[in-house]
Write a protein that binds this ligand. Sequence first.
Ligand SMILES: Nc1nc2c(c(=O)[nH]1)N=C([C@H](O)[C@H](O)COP(=O)(O)OP(=O)(O)OP(=O)(O)O)CN2
Ligand SMILES: [Zn+2]
Length: 118
Amino acid sequence: MRIVQAFTFEAAHRLPNVPASHRCSRMHGHSYRVELALEGKVDPGTGFVVDFFDVEAAFGPVLARLDHHTLNEVEGLSNPTAELIAIWIWDQVKPGLPQLASVKVFETPFCWAEHDGT
Ligand SMILES: Nc1nc2c(c(=O)[nH]1)N=C([C@H](O)[C@H](O)COP(=O)(O)OP(=O)(O)OP(=O)(O)O)CN2
Ligand SMILES: [Zn+2]
């Protein structure tokens, strides 16, 4: 069984490795959406794969490091592309939430990166 919990955060960033002519080389902001997918068996007692409250508790401190921050200033996110934010979130969350199966980071409703640890 796979369950998914979505979160949002607001942040600014610039992409330092694109040409100066690329509009994302300039500082700008996004309303990001993060989807955490967790996989496991449904516990017959609780009926949960993982309690959504436990997902919130595990991700909350990570979210706080991103929300209303300049992502380039977050340690490990000097080049904050959607792909590298997804990998960064995976690395932060997976140790405390072993059922984590994928992290999706949406920069817009139409553009996202998904990381499954591979
Ligand atoms: N593979 C990737 N490509 C791009 C990334 C990325 O993270 N991975 N990021 C960007 C920029 O962050 C850019 O800001 C993307 O958002 P936006 O400019 O809003 O893109 P839109 O096409 O939706 O903008 P409109 O103004 O709506 O046309 C670029 N590429
Ligand atoms: Zn951007």
